[in-house]
Design a binder for this molecule. Structure first.
Ligand SMILES: Cc1cc2nc3c(=O)[nH]c(=O)nc-3n(C[C@H](O)[C@H](O)[C@H](O)COP(=O)(O)OP(=O)(O)OC[C@H]3O[C@@H](n4cnc5c(N)ncnc54)[C@H](O)[C@@H]3O)c2cc1C
Length: 417
C-alpha cells in the first residue's frame, strides 16, 4: 500500500530479486498514479521546476519492473483473513502486506492553522502557493489607494528544510519571475517572513551551514524570526507567543508532519504517540508476522540510538527501508526467519536549495555551500528522477532558465484551499 519513496522502492526491489521466480507477485495500490518526487516540490513555487517533472509516472515504472498497479485508497485491513478493503469496496487478498502511506501535515491543534494556512504537502499545494502570490499581485495592481500590508506579506511557518526552501522559492517567484511583469509593484514591498519556534533554522544541520543559509535569506531581505511560536492564525494575521502579531493574509504552514491519518482508521495495528505504526527492527509490524510498515507512516526504531529516537521521516530513510523490507519479505516467504536483517539507517546527508544559485549541503560529512552546492543539488536530484522524459524536460528547463525568465501564469480558481 503506497507508491512513494518507501512503497515504490520496496516493490521495485522485490521485482528485481524475483526475476527467476514464478511463485511471487507484487501489486502496488496507491491513491495517486504518480510518485511525488518530494525534493523538487518547493521548486514548483517559483516555476523553476515543472509539476509534470515532479509527478513521476508510477504505473509505467511498476509495469516495466514486473509489478501490477491499482489506483485506490486503503480503507480497511483484515489481518485475520489476510485481506484489504479499498474505498471502492473492492477487496484484495494478500500473503505479505507493506504499509507505506506516507505523512500529512501536523497542525498541533493550533487555532486557525488548518483553516487559514496553505500547506506544502504535495504538488497541488506548491501550485496553490504560486497561484496565491499571483492572485495577490493581480489584486494589488487594481488597488488605487493604500495597499493593506497583509496582502503582500507572506509568512512561512517552520524553519526546517521545506520551510527554508519555500521561503527562498517565494523570493525567486516575486523577484525573478513576477517582478518585471508587474512594473507598478515594487517587489521589495512584498515581505517574506520565515518563522521558526526553535533557536535556529535548519536545526538538524551543522551550525556553519545554518549560518550560511540564514545569511543568504537575510541578504534577500527575508525576515527570519527564530524563537517565534505561532499561537493562532486568523484570516488576516499570525499571532505569536509573547503578543507580537504579523498582518498577513498569506500563511504557509510547513512546521510539522505526522503519519498519514488513514492509519487512524486501521484497527488492530499498534501505533506510537504520533500515530506511527510500531515496527520491530526488521520493519515488521509488532504482533503481525506478515504485515510490514515503512516510511513516514511507520515508527521505525533506530538500532544505533540508545535514547529511543526513531528514524527521521525522510525520503532517504524511506528508500533504505523499502530495500530492506523487500529482502526481509522474501526471506519470510521462504521461511528463512534466520535470514531476516535488522534495519540499520545510514544517513547520507542533507541538501537544501535556496534558489538556483545557492544551496547548503552536507554529504557524508563533507559540507559545502554556494553555487557549486546548487549545481550538486541539481545533478544529484536529476539523477534520481525515474522517468527519462522528466530528466530531459527538467534539464532543458534549467538550461533555458539561464537565458529566459520562467513564464508564470495562474489558472483561475486554484489559489484557494
Ligand atoms: C515538500 C517536501 C519536501 C521534501 N524534501 C525532501 C528531501 O529533499 N529529502 C528527503 O530525504 N526527504 C524529503 N521530504 C520527506 C520525504 O518526502 C518523505 O519522508 C518520503 O516521501 C516518505 O516516503 P513514504 O513512502 O513514506 O511516503 P510518500 O513518498 O509520500 O508516499 C506515500 C504513498 O502513499 C499513497 N497514499 C497515501 N494515502 C493513501 C491511502 N489512504 N490509500 C492508498 N494510498 C495512499 C500516496 O499516493 C503515495 O503513493 C520532503 C517532504 C516534503 C513534504
Amino acid at each position: 500500500m503506497g507508491g512513494g519513496f518507501g512503497g515504490f522502492t520496496a516493490a521495485k526491489e522485490i521485482c528485481d530479486r524475483i526475476t527467476d521466480r514464478e511463485d511471487v507477485g507484487v501489486l502496488v495500490i496507491a491513491k495517486d498514479n504518480f510518485f511525488t518526487f518530494w525534493p523538487m516540490v518547493a521548486g514548483i513555487v517559483s516555476s523553476d521546476i515543472d509539476s509534470r517533472n515532479v509527478a513521476q509516472p508510477l504505473r509505467r515504472a511498476l509495469i516495466t519492473a514486473g509489478a501490477s498497479f491499482r489506483r485506490s485508497m486503503l480503507s480497511k485491513i483484515d489481518p485475520e483473513n489476510q485481506r484489504i478493503t479499498l474505498d471502492s469496496g473492492v477487496e484484495f487478498p494478500y500473503d505479505q502486506l507493506v504499509i507505506a502511506l506516507g505523512g500529512l501535515p501536523n497542525f498541533f491543534g493550533i487555532p486557525g492553522v488548518e483553516e487559514h494556512s496553505l500547506t506544502m504537502r504535495g504538488i497541488e499545494d506548491a501550485e496553490r502557493i504560486r497561484n496565491r502570490v499571483i492572485e495577490r499581485f493581480e489584486e494589488v495592481s487594481l488597488i488605487r489607494g493604500e495597499i493593506p500590508e497583509s496582502k503582500l506579506t507572506f509568512v512561512v511557518i517552520g524553519g526546517g528544510p521545506t520551510g527554508v526552501e519555500t521561503a527562498a522559492e517565494l523570493y525567486n517567484l516575486v523577484h525573478e519571475a513576477l517582478g518585471p511583469d508587474y512594473p507598478n509593484i515594487d517587489p521589495y514591498r512584498v515581505r517574506i517572513f520565515l518563522l521558526e519556534g526553535m533557536d535556529h533554522i535548519l536545526a538538524a544541520l551543522d551550525p556553519a551551514l545554518r549560518r550560511a543559509a540564514q545569511t543568504r535569506l537575510v541578504n534577500q531581505r527575508i525576515e527570519v524570526k527564530t524563537g517565534a511560536m505561532a499561537e493562532e492564525i486568523t484570516a488576516d494575521c499570525v499571532k505569536l507567543k509573547g503578543g507580537d502579531t504579523i498582518a498577513t493574509e498569506n500563511v504557509i504552514w510547513t512546521a510539522g508532519n505526522r503519519p498519514n491519518v488513514a492509519i487512524d482508521d486501521l484497527d488492530d495495528l499498534p501505533v506510537d504517540e504520533r500515530n506511527g505504526i510500531k515496527v520491530d527492527e526488521y520493519l515488521r509490524v509488532e504482533g503481525h508476522s506478515n504485515i510490514w510498515a515503512i516510511g513516514d507512516c511507520a515508527a521505525v526504531p533506530d538500532i544505533n540510538e540508545e535514547n529511543g529516537q526513531g528514524i527521521p521521516p525522510t525520503a532517504q530513510a524511506a528508500t533504505q527501508e523499502g530495500k530492506a523490507v523487500a529482502k526481509n519479505i522474501l526471506a519470510a516467504i521462504d521461511g528463512k526467519e534466520d535470514e531476516l536483517e535488522k534495519f540499520e539507517y545510514k544517513p547520507l546527508g542533507t541538501l537544501v536549495e535556496l534558489g538556483s544559485d545557492f544551496a547548503v549541503n552536507e554529504v557524508m560529512g563533507v559540507r559545502f555551500t554556494g553555487t557549486l552546492a546548487a549545481i550538486f543539488w541539481r545533478l544529484a536530484y536529476l539523477a534520481r528522477l525515474n522517468s527519462p522524459q522528466s530528466k530531459a524536460h527538467q534539464m532543458t528547463d534549467w538550461i533555458l532558465g539561464f537565458f529566459m525568465r520562467p513564464a508564470v501564469t495562474q489558472v483561475r480558481g486554484t489559489s484557494e484551499k
